[in-house]
Design a protein around this ligand. Structure first.
Ligand SMILES: *Cc1c(COP(=O)(O)O)cnc(C)c1O
Length: 376
């Protein structure tokens, strides 16, 4: 039986035309018409006065967001604990110190109360944080209005890690456009992919140009190579941007297919006590449902998330535990953490299920059968 992946690349068909154009015109470089075109497409799509700089990855976009926010040696940065390590690693690249914040149960994202407690405690100790990194897990918008209020009140720059949430909205506004900086990813398993790539969202042409300057080795305006700042090689190539332009043509279709997967799982589990499908708590939230996930109450249903994961694997179906919180990771074990045990509990009980926009009806049948067998 063929492998059913958690989330795999799904080409729309238009990608090769843009890549061919790049070859035909010899724009095989980390700049060119596809890069500019992809940036325009993204700016129109996420709207809200966004300026987009396309980069090599979401991780490099996070790194540049921290550079632009002024984070440097010894500065503390508040970061959602429940996330992929790429949200936190760039803090360390910058010489900063991550301070992790718990999630709340409704969106699984940064808890505004824990955030407030952390800010007040750090400020009282003379260590005012230099930035806040909030994440939109699996495409779910966070309680961003409350988080943004805290960022504004305490004047701490807000970075949104929207790597998983392209197309998701909170009260109609696209994720990635609320903060000082937003981060997108086009890695192979994301809702659209360029094979690898990312983007930094900001709200002024000046910030965008500064990001591009830093991403292209920080060359001063001179005929020779002259540098007054440390630069990076973080720009997106014109070839990968061509794939991105083609993927933009199918983004909304991919979102509706992923949202249909979420409905499919809700239907399977609707009468099952002890398993809950992660979904929006109100119409304020609109998730792209990049990955559909469930919480398994082992006491009630009699098996754990690991039991279900292994039985799916036996049928060659990939599923995966939720992100293991950063404050539980060996590499971050000495970092401060504010909150209780919400993210720990989510990690224990949660499982991400196959969610690709390219799942077939037969794939869904196979998935459903394994799950129902397990429940019986
Ligand atoms: C994928 C991802 C990233 C990193 O993006 P890359 O393009 O793979 O560097 C960062 N944060 C989150 C939450 C992600 O899921």
């Amino acid at each position: 039986m063929n492998k059913i992946w958690l989330s795999s690349p799904h080409m729309g068909g238009g990608e090769q035309k843009y890549v061919q154009e790049a070859f035909d015109t010899n724009w095989v470089a980390p700049l060119g018409p596809n890069v500019n075109g992809f940036e325009d497409d993204l700016e129109k799509y996420i709207a809200h006065n966004s300026k987009v700089a396309c980069l090599a990855s979401g991780t490099s976009a996070l790194h540049l967001a921290l550079v632009l926010a002024g984070v440097s040696n010894g500065d503390e940065v508040l970061c959602q604990s429940m996330t992929f390590s790429a949200s936190a690693n760039p803090i360390v690249y910058q010489g900063g110190v991550p301070v992790f914040i718990d999630s709340e149960k409704e969106t699984w994202n940064m808890c505004p109360h824990a955030l407030k407690a952390a800010i007040e405690d750090r400020v009282s100790k003379g260590k005012k944080p230099k930035a806040i990194i909030v994440v939109y897990l699996y495409g779910m918008p966070a309680k961003i209005d409350q988080i943004k209020k805290l960022s504004e009140y305490y004047e701490i720059p807000l970075i949104e890690d929207a790597a998983e949430a392209l197309g998701s909205t909170y009260k109609g506004q696209k994720c990635g456009t609320f903060g000082d900086f937003g981060v997108l990813s086009f890695n192979g398993n994301k809702i659209i992919t360029t094979s690898g790539g990312g983007a930094l969202v900001s709200h002024s042409e000046e910030s965008k140009q500064k990001a591009i300057f830093l991403a292209t080795q920080a060359r001063d305006n001179a005929p020779h190579y002259q540098h007054s700042e440390i630069g990076y090689n973080y720009r997106m190539s014109n070839i990968t941007a061509g794939i991105g332009r083609g993927q933009m043509e199918v983004l909304d279709k991919h979102i509706s297919l992923r949202r249909a997967n979420n409905l499919f799982y809700k239907e399977i589990f609707k009468d099952i006590n002890g398993i809950e499908v992660f979904t929006e708590s109100s119409s304020d939230y609109y998730s792209n449902h990049w990955l559909s996930s469930i919480l398994i109450d082992e006491n009630q249903i009699g098996f754990s998330r690991e039991d279900l994961r292994l039985s799916m694997l036996e049928d060659n179906i990939e599923s995966r535990p939720l992100w293991k919180p950063m404050h539980m990771q060996p590499v971050f074990k000495d970092c401060l953490y504010y909150g209780s045990n919400v993210s720990e509990k989510l990690f224990e009980d949660g499982l991400c299920l196959p969610s690709g926009s390219n799942l077939s009806d037969e794939d869904r049948e196979r998935i459903k059968e394994v799950i129902l067998k397990m429940i019986r």
